[in-house]
Ligand binder design. Structure first.
Ligand code: ADP
Ligand code: MG
Length: 194
């Protein structure tokens, strides 16, 4: 089985935890995937998941940033993260954390008019894609995405569902969701190794 993502001992296939002061969340609050340890492949999503999923709950932007920073501190050359979630959910906050974890001091923002922003100042090159405005995957070819995906840096792709057909077999999928009944600043962050 490939282990493209984790440098840590994985422990149980499913863990749920909170960052910061909130303590350990109740396992009973999670969806079925969090108790089976197996993600059911669907028709629209690539198969080949390792079945390792973590669910992390954050209660502030700082906690989401800290999670990104922790991941950025651990990530290795060639790793690819996809980031999925509605506008304003915290994808950029998370990305800024990853950049900080990689030792990048430059300001990281959502690349509004460019698909790709490259940051060279950290421990590894950081390729930040935001494909929200992409019309055709050919645009990815034009910017030479393969050199990033299959290079020595770390890729993070916002709105990656729009370029699903060119995603590699293995990557780490991160989904951020709100849950209004848990408060305005609550975010549920699912990290799936595929
Ligand atoms: P996206 O890139 O997904 O469109 P942003 O990261 O730009 O979203 O914005 C997220 C907004 O939500 C920010 O204003 C941030 O302060 C706020 N926010 C509130 N709670 C959280 C949280 N737990 N995690 C991340 N962002 C949060
Ligand atoms: Mg953004």
């Amino acid at each position: 089985m490939h282990k493209p993502f984790s440098t840590e001992p994985t422990g149980p296939a499913e863990t749920i935890e909170s960052i910061g002061t909130m303590g350990i969340a109740e396992l009973t609050e999670t969806e079925p995937i969090a108790t089976t340890g197996i993600i059911e492949p669907t028709e629209t999503e690539p198969t080949g998941t390792t079945g390792i999923t973590q669910i992390i709950e954050t209660y502030s932007p700082e906690e989401t940033f800290a999670l990104g920073e922790q991941i950025g501190g651990q990530c290795r050359p060639g790793q690819i993260y996809t980031l999925t979630g509605d506008l304003g959910v915290g994808k950029t906050v998370f990305t800024q954390g990853v950049a900080r974890g990689l030792g990048i001091t430059e300001t990281v923002s959502s690349p509004t008019f460019t698909i790709l922003q490259v940051y060279e100042g950290g421990r590894l090159p950081f390729y930040h894609f935001d494909v929200y405005r992409i019309a055709d995957v050919e645009e990815m070819e034009e910017i030479g995405y393969e050199d990033c995906f299959y290079g020595e840096g770390v890729c993070l792709i916002e709105w990656a569902d729009l370029i699903r057909e060119i995603l590699p077999e293995h990557y780490c999928r991160i989904v951020i969701e709100k849950e209004p009944e848990k408060g305005f600043d609550y975010r549920r962050i699912r990290i799936e190794e595929r």
